[in-house]
Write a protein that binds this ligand. Structure first.
Ligand code: SF4
Length: 377
């Protein structure tokens, strides 16, 4: 395990901001975008790192599809919040459900059972038995879950060391977290000043609403659930407390799903607090049904989604996340996102060996994969 993490770690130096930035208080540069992988998006950058309007992957002409071109978004539909860019229901299930897919996904779940949590940032909220601490730790850990695995773990260890012994108490106490407690604590292109502002925003939300679940419910109001709209309002509850400077860091830490961002880290947070408890996800909230969750679209899910026929889209944005979710929903309508953890393990733990070695080893989804080699089990 350590060897795998070390290999991943080499892609990004610890604490190094993209483009050689020092991550200091004035460093607001955006991450340098990776070159597109001919097999799909890859590397440490996540779909969240791509601004859908300014950071689209450049595709060979032959790979472009009409739905990936600007100006071809589905027309607004009555009763749809943000009736602008979402995939209508009739487009949302690009591949018909099949018994072979159900069998392969069931096999994936079975083989992934009991896998250790250690490399995943969800291990941090599992440290706390008090649900208030677990919720706060989940939001902090998910928000900073970008970059190489070892880099994330190092940063989160230092962050939680600065909030002892209870993250919830540290965020809601009479005295706010001091700036000097997080001095020098930066993560990739998020400066220590950005980390400090982030903690102040979370504190403000807690003091105003009592819990993050109540903030989410307040954003929804009396309207029926709409995850994209509700998540946008939830994140606005933090953005509005940020202040004027470091706007690029703010926009990265609190992205806008209504502008097309896949919001991988915040859909990951919702998965953690809504699903379960099942040993991985925490099952802390009742405000959202697992049926309504959207997959956290990281590079592994975006790549596998294409190979497994879960999406035909090329741009890793909110619409791709919706399309993959719709395909998984056909296999399990009550809980489509339960496949996220074992699917992304294939990439994160390098069980999928094809990109590096050119051949597939034993793989639970080989029967679905368009890229499988004859050696796949
Ligand atoms: S069949 Fe091969 S390429 Fe496809 S997911 Fe499995 S290991 Fe990766």
């Amino acid at each position: 395990m350590e060897a795998a993490e070390d290999r991943e770690h080499r892609h990004a130096p610890p604490g190094g901001a993209p483009g050689g930035g020092d991550g200091g208080p004035q460093d607001e540069r955006r991450p340098r975008r990776p070159r597109p992988d001919p097999q799909g998006p890859a590397g440490d950058a996540e779909p969240d790192d791509f601004h859908p309007e300014r950071g689209r992957l450049v595709l060979p002409r032959g790979d472009r599809r009409s739905e990936d071109r600007p100006g071809t978004d589905p027309p607004p539909q009555e009763g749809r919040g943000f009736g602008d860019r979402r995939v209508p229901a009739e487009q949302g299930d690009p591949v018909r459900p099949s018994s072979s897919r159900r069998i392969a996904l069931a096999r994936l779940l079975e083989e992934g059972r009991g896998a250790e949590l250690a490399p995943d940032p969800v291990a941090f909220p599992h440290r706390y038995s008090d649900p208030r601490d677990a919720e706060a730790a989940a939001f902090l850990a998910a928000t900073f879950a970008f970059g190489a695995v070892l880099q994330i773990r190092n940063f989160l260890s230092r962050l939680f060391d600065a909030l002892p012994p209870s993250p919830h108490a540290a965020l809601t106490g009479a005295e706010p977290v001091r700036r000097r407690s997080v001095a020098g604590l930066s993560h990739r292109f998020i400066s220590s000043d950005g980390v400090y502002r982030f903690l102040r925003c979370v504190r403000g939300a807690y003091l105003a609403h009592g819990s993050l679940e109540r903030l989410y419910i307040a954003g929804r109001g009396e309207a029926p659930p709409d995850l994209r709209r509700d998540l946008a309002r939830f994140l606005d509850g933090f953005r509005d407390r940020w202040g004027k400077s470091l706007s690029r860091e703010r926009d990265f830490l609190f992205p806008r799903p209504e502008r097309g961002s896949a919001c991988k880290r915040h859909n990951l947070f919702l998965r953690w607090v809504v699903r379960g408890p099942d040993g991985v996800d925490l099952g802390l909230w009742s405000a959202v049904s697992p049926r309504d969750l959207i997959v956290p679209l990281d590079t592994h899910m975006a790549r596998l989604g294409g190979w497994l026929g879960l999406t035909r889209r090329k741009t890793p944005d909110w619409r791709m996340a919706e399309e993959i979710t719709a395909s998984l929903r056909a296999a399990c309508p009550e809980d489509p996102v339960k496949f996220d953890y074992p699917l992304t393990r294939l990439g994160i733990l390098r069980i999928c060996t094809r990109p590096r070695r050119g051949v597939c080893g034993h793989c639970p989804v080989a029967s679905l994969c368009s890229l499988r080699s004859s050696a796949a089990g």
